[in-house]
Design a protein around this ligand. Structure first.
Ligand code: FAQ
Length: 311
């Protein structure tokens, strides 16, 4: 039976069809998807913090309403992704425990502080921009529930990116101090945003298998250079610069080249030693504990409804 399952799985992958939750799949495929999807979900949930930090300080009612909506979208993305991960067999409570205990990874980017209002612009433009560049190909991931969740997430991320760009555009046309604040935010978020694509291809243990399984469609470096090409154009519209004197398009290779990134810093951040790791996890634990009554109330309500349905 396992042999038949494997043959069918390989055939589905070869013809670019989708694997669905009830289909037979290799354990390693299930494991790598559970890892990637749950890390992605954790990133969305932890990623709410740097921006939530600015909701009470948004410079106008309009900006506040937009920022609240964006942070709510991120919570929604986390929920679809936990649901997609659950279809692979690991319950949400287990995934959550892995996050709270510090065992699970989440994106390195959310361990950097958001120091000024301009950071809301840089996060939207660069962080959501990198997320889109990485996630559009994931809409075609071979695992059905993940690919389908990505479609809606990418649409919402596009709105997020536009709102970030627009914040920076307004600051870039403002006073000298506002312009400096926008440039400073870009300077701080550029490298960490490029690191969101993961380690260089030569140092990416999961890429080859994930590409064979058509979970990933492009390598980390491939997507990173594409993203750099996009922002290299967009930054001109802002009248600002990217902090990268080596940035250029290599005509011969047909690809963008950027400066070397500090991969020691990346490793330190994903090992738990970035500027905000401890604070992010502490806040998440607090929020989880403070939300206990909501989960209990929802469970009691569901039990009551189920009982009524039986009568
Ligand atoms: N941070 O072998 P690879 C968002 C880990 S966007 C932390 O290359 P893979 C939207 C990796 O997991 C951010 N860890 O791994 C938003 C692996 O760990 P292992 C979330 C990283 O999986 C915007 C190890 O290093 N997006 O949230 C990072 O093939 C604004 C070796 O790496 C996604 O998760 C990193 N940057 O490729 C929300 C996208 N990079 O094996 C709020 C889906 C690598 O020890 C506000 N994920 N690692 O467990 C992916 O596309 C892939 O997982 C990659 C990594 C490309 C991130």
């Amino acid at each position: 039976e396992e042999q038949a399952g494997l043959e069918r799985f390989n055939a589905l992958i070869a013809e670019d069809s989708r694997i669905e939750p009830r289909d037979w799949m290799p354990e390693a495929y299930r494991k790598t998807l559970t890892r990637q999807i749950s890390q992605h979900a954790h990133s969305e949930i932890i990623g709410m913090q740097p921006e939530a930090n600015w909701i009470t300080r948004a410079p106008s009612l309009k900006r506040k309403a937009i920022l609240i909506a964006k942070v709510q979208d991120e919570a929604g993305h986390g929920l679809y992704l936990y649901s997609a991960a659950e279809t692979l067999g690991t319950p949400r409570e287990v995934l959550n425990e892995q996050l709270l205990s510090g065992k699970a990874k989440y994106s390195s980017i959310f361990n950097y502080p958001a120091l000024s209002w301009a950071d809301m612009g840089a996060i939207g433009w660069l962080v959501d921009g990198a997320a889109i560049a990485n996630q559009v190909p994931l809409c075609r991931a071979s695992y059905g529930p993940y690919g389908r969740a990505m479609v809606r997430i990418c649409k919402e991320e596009s709105f997020h990116q536009r709102q970030g760009f627009e914040i920076l555009l307004e600051l870039a046309h403002g006073t000298e101090a506002q312009k400096r604040m926008a440039q400073d935010a870009i300077n701080r978020f550029y490298e960490p945003a490029l690191m969101m694509f993961g380690p260089p291809d030569g140092d990416s243990p999961n890429s080859q298998q994930s590409m064979e399984w058509k979970i990933k469609r492009f390598s980390n470096d491939e997507l990173r250079q594409r993203f750099v090409g996009m922002i290299a154009e967009q930054v001109k519209v802002l009248g600002l610069t990217l902090p990268d004197p080596e940035l250029r398009f290599d005509e011969e290779a047909g690809r963008w080249v950027h400066k070397d990134l500090d991969w020691d810093e990346f490793k330190a951040v994903i090992a738990g030693n970035g500027p905000c790791n401890a604070q992010r996890l502490e806040r998440r634990r607090e929020a989880h504990e403070n939300g206990a009554w909501v989960r209990e109330a929802a469970a009691a309500y569901a039990a009551k409804k189920a009982q009524k349905a039986q009568v």
